[in-house]
Design a protein around this ligand. Sequence first.
Ligand SMILES: Cc1cc2nc3c(=O)[nH]c(=O)nc-3n(C[C@H](O)[C@H](O)[C@H](O)COP(=O)(O)OP(=O)(O)OC[C@H]3O[C@@H](n4cnc5c(N)ncnc54)[C@H](O)[C@@H]3O)c2cc1C
Length: 389
Amino acid sequence: MEHLSTAAETHQEIREEVRKLCARFPGEYWRKLDQERGYPTEFVRALTEAGYLGALIPEEYGGAGLPLSAAGAILETIHAEGCNAAACHAQMYIMGTILRHGSEEQKNTYLPKIATGELRLQAFGVTEPTSGTDTTALRTFAKKEGDKYIVNGQKVWTSRSEHSDLMLLLARTTPRDQAAKRTEGLSTFIVDMRTVLGKGLTIRPIRTMMNHNSCELFFDNMEVPAENLVGVEGRGFRYILDGMNAERLLISSECIGDAKWFIKKAVNYANERKVFGRPIGQNQGIQFPIAKSYAQMRAAELLVKAGYDRFEAGETPGEEANMAKMMSAEASWAAGEACIQTHGGFGFAEEYDIERKYREARLYQVAPISTNLILSYVAEHVLGMPRSY
Ligand SMILES: Cc1cc2nc3c(=O)[nH]c(=O)nc-3n(C[C@H](O)[C@H](O)[C@H](O)COP(=O)(O)OP(=O)(O)OC[C@H]3O[C@@H](n4cnc5c(N)ncnc54)[C@H](O)[C@@H]3O)c2cc1C
């Protein structure tokens, strides 16, 4: 079983090229980084040089101008080949906020440099320790003073902050009790972290169960030029929401890739490993969990495709993007379970890479949005039941 590809796959040429790139970054590379909690600098550089991280930036700003499904094909392949795009996937889609809502000057200043990798836009500062999923309750405040904003507050789980030049920051600019609606009075800023690090910005890494380079950020009178406000003050929450369907679909593609990696690995081992004088894959107790996770993955893959189709038709695929994210994260987890069980004791040995992938795959039932909140979305917005929170 060379590659586990399916009928729902698109962009075959891109997949083939990404596969070749990933072959230069085998399990040993990721294992070493995992032990050191290191950043995959060489891998990210290779993706940048090949133009993949600028896939969604329009050609007029120096990117490849590819459709969202092509970016999905890139991310899925990275994961299906045993690599991990979490170190850089945000570079692909955070720029969408600048592209859709930024001024022409901001687009000309930032997008071409993001496309070449000269500027890294990897950090996305939304989540805060006290507000959690209730984003509009966030407390970080940006107060306008002359030609700048003074920012005070705190973020948590701002991934890749130590490996990014820019951060897209969501902060309050009107206190929640003075805003017309709780979704108003929030604004989005482009923060050049190089200019404020140690001068109002402190970054503290958080050690997690997998290698994810996530951080806590502290803002103490951090100055941001007023020209770095994206779009209109107070409309930032809407701008962030605009990008969420794309983000969810792309993360779904990563989960599909993880599921394919686990399934391929499990099938190969089930066919090769002989116990009691016959392949373990001859036992239904081994076959069925793998077959079931394959069915889950295929169903999720069709939902992801439906999401990309609607997105690329200019529609808003809220239903598909949310359900695809939930179903694909569950499929990758089911495939991970089947894979580790199929491998018996060896599933726990680091050199098989399964335990690492297993730890990495678990995240997507929680971030960037947890399963309960997706179910709430479906219950309320798709099925018309009362809002539960
Ligand atoms: C490794 C990692 C990387 C991340 N990277 C980023 C990043 O780059 N940028 C960023 O801004 N954020 C990032 N996040 C944050 C992530 O988006 C949040 O962790 C996630 O949205 C859940 O928020 P929370 O952790 O505050 O959980 P909480 O909101 O505290 O929720 C805790 C639990 O309660 C449940 N819950 C809460 N409210 C309800 C409700 N009304 N109904 C039912 N259940 C409910 C949730 O589903 C969850 O299971 C990252 C998180 C992790 C772990």
